[in-house]
Each structure stands twice: as structure tokens, then as C-alpha cells.
Design a protein around this ligand. Sequence first.
Ligand SMILES: [Zn+2]
Ligand SMILES: [Zn+2]
Length: 149
Amino acid sequence: MGKRGPKPKHHLGEGTINRAGYHRIWRDGRYVMAHRWAWEQAHGPIPDDHDIHHIDGDPLNNDLANLQLVDKVTHKRIHSGCELRDGEWWKPCGQCGEFKRVGPDDWYISKEGWPLYGRCRPCHIRVVVESKRARRLRKLRAVDDAAER
Ligand SMILES: [Zn+2]
Ligand SMILES: [Zn+2]
């Protein structure tokens, strides 16, 4: 690594910035994430299955007002571009880019309620069908090539 990472923008003291851009500090004999530590100083231990989210998206802004306790599923949703509209989550499809309501109508849903494949149901079906067709074509072409020999 270089001589020194970026300077922390806050008052939590020394430490390092990890590769993901988060500030780590040395506390009680180990490295801890500064944002988690800061939140815990104010509110107590972070419950299991919860993360601390940086509201403004800046991982170095560990101002208490910028830190929000969210459950891990919600956190994942926020970071995958999901939006909460009228109490329901909408997620952009990685294929067609359209926002679709998170639910079994428009997505394949995992046991945990998480939409799978990063693309909506119609897009996923299209991709699967196309890749099957491509595989079949490749196979046919291989047969042709063999016949021509
Ligand atoms: Zn976050
Ligand atoms: Zn789509």
C-alpha cells in the first residue's frame, strides 16, 4: 500500500481506510469499523442481522446523523438500487432497467424474500430461452461440421 490512505473526515481518531472505503479504527485490541463503533457508542450494541448504513452514501461520513440502523435485507436492497415506494420495495432490472415491484409476480424470489438473478422474471425467461437456443445451435453446427467432413 501507499504511504497513507485518505484522511478520515471525522474526529474518531487514527486508523486506516479499507479497500471498500470504510474507516477502520483500533479499539480494545482489534480493528473495528468506525461507523459501527460510532453508532454503538451512542445507541449500544448493534443487533444481529443489522448493519449501519451511511445515509448520504459517503462511507467516511460517520457523523451520527448520517448513520442509520437497518436490517441486512433492507441494507442489501438499498445498495442494489432498490426504492421504497408507499411501503413496497421496487428494484431495477439489470437487463431491461425497468423498476419492478419486488414480489413473485415480477421476480424469482429466494426463500429469504430476495429477488434472484438481478433481472426480472420476463427478462430471466428470455435469457434462459436464448442461451438454450444458442446451445442447441452450437450443437447443430457441430453435427453439420461432422457431416461435411
Ligand atoms: Zn449502507
Ligand atoms: Zn427486465
